[in-house]
Design a binder for this molecule. Structure first.
Ligand code: PLP
Length: 392
């Protein structure tokens, strides 16, 4: 059971404003803040190396916590500084040859698409897009039709940056594996708000971030890699942590997901990420997931009642990201006007999810992403604030 009063008391930022940007960068709870600040203080007292040594067990616990969250072993998790770094470390390690095919989802995130285009150009490979079905989810029939042995890697986006859509990852992964391709899952917007288990999804690798639904510090991210695959791939950038210099002309790669990491890191932020994962695991992901969905469903239904407001979420069962447009009012104007009313939302512009937004003729949407610390009363207040904008 979630003790909402306690959670809210431990999230001071949520008390005097309606904070609806956990899809951007959420509010870390007090234990996360204390973990980060406490470690920074300790570094100032004894130096970064001694401070790190003192927390060796807790640092090992970060990987263990993420492993419990994702349903894998601690050795299958690499700690990085964001979802993009995690995604690219894996993506650039997959060998490509001329004529190979890279498949993207229609709701692909810009950074992934840019990396795919760059690699395709470098290797003479092709980037192709799997269309969406009528609900907006990845079209499984179209995916099945297009798959062949030239498809090396398929990027699936679990939840896109611009709305509540949840893609059918397990079903898509099964199809991709039948034709011998790899699946790299962008779980940046799903881990922390949905149950994400790599065993049931079956993906080969997964990239996530700390600062969003996990409520961790900025500059934290993680990569899961299936252990057999991790041992096959050589990441694009190595150092003395991901590999060992064994002879004048040789080095040996780490035997597990560590090979995707680099030595230097923001140790305080990592400890904070560990605290955030424990904070989430304490009520349990299922509790948090159903609370987030209930908040988002309520907000969607309140927004739908306002004339002139269109909810733009796709998919059969949208998640915690609520996207909408207000007739005649640009998304940035809505965001700024809501900020004046102490409601925090963001704007998701066309270039972040170019293919999807272009297909739907959208220039920008307002994105509201309530985490479980937002109360129903606050959602009602946010909807009133939106309705007041209709006349501006
Ligand atoms: C779907 C999706 N993928 C990837 C990213 C990139 O995450 P990061 O900024 O942690 O690299 C984002 C960030 O908003 C995102 O929404």
């Amino acid at each position: 059971m979630i003790d909402l009063e306690r959670v809210r008391a431990e999230t001071p930022g949520c008390l005097d404003r309606v904070f609806l940007d956990s899809a951007g960068s959420s509010l870390p709870p007090a234990p996360v803040l204390e973990a980060v600040v406490g470690h920074l203080r300790r570094e100032a007292e004894v130096g970064g190396y001694v401070a790190e040594e003192e927390r060796a067990d807790d640092l090992a616990g970060v990987r263990e916590g993420l492993a419990r969250l994702l349903g894998c072993a601690a050795e299958d998790v690499a700690l990085l500084d964001g979802a993009t770094r995690a995604w690219t470390q894996l993506f650039y390690a997959v060998p490509l040859a001329a004529g190979d095919r890279i498949l993207l989802s229609r709701s692909e995130y810009a950074s992934n698409a840019i990396a795919a285009l760059q690699r395709a150009r470098q290797h003479g490979a092709r980037v192709e897009v799997v269309p969406a079905d009528r609900s907006g989810e990845l079209d499984l029939d179209a995916l099945e039709r297009t798959l062949d042995e030239r498809v090396r890697i398929v990027s699936l986006v679990h939840v896109p940056t611009n709305g509540g859509l949840v893609n059918p990852v397990a079903e898509a992964t099964e199809l991709v594996h039948r034709s011998g391709g790899l699946v790299l899952l962008d779980a940046c917007q799903s881990v922390g708000q949905l149950e994400v288990d790599v065993r049931s999804l079956g993906v080969d690798a997964l990239a996530g971030t700390g600062r969003k639904w996990l409520r961790g510090p900025r500059g934290t991210g993680f990569l899961y890699v299936r252990p057999e695959l991790a041992r096959e791939l050589e990441p694009p950038i190595l150092d003395l942590h991901s590999a060992t210099w064994t002879a004048g002309d040789r080095y040996e790669l780490a035997g597990d997901a560590t090979r995707f990491e680099l030595w230097e890191s923001d140790v305080a932020a990592r400890i904070g990420l560990g605290a955030a994962v424990e904070y989430l695991l304490s009520p349990g992901v299922d509790e948090v997931a159903s609370a987030v969905r209930a908040r988002a469903d309520l907000l969607r239904s309140l927004l739908r009642e306002i004339p002139g407001v269109t909810v733009t979420d796709l998919g059969r069962r949208p998640s915690g990201i609520v996207s909408f447009a207000v007739d005649g009012v640009p998304a940035a104007t809505v965001r700024d006007a809501l900020a004046k009313r102490r409601v925090t939302v963001t704007v998701s512009g066309r270039s972040s999810t170019l293919l999807d937004m272009t297909d739907r003729g959208l220039e920008a949407v307002v994105r509201a992403s309530p985490h479980y610390f937002v109360s129903d009363e606050q959602l009602e207040a946010a909807a009133v604030a939106v309705s007041e904008l209709i006349s501006i």
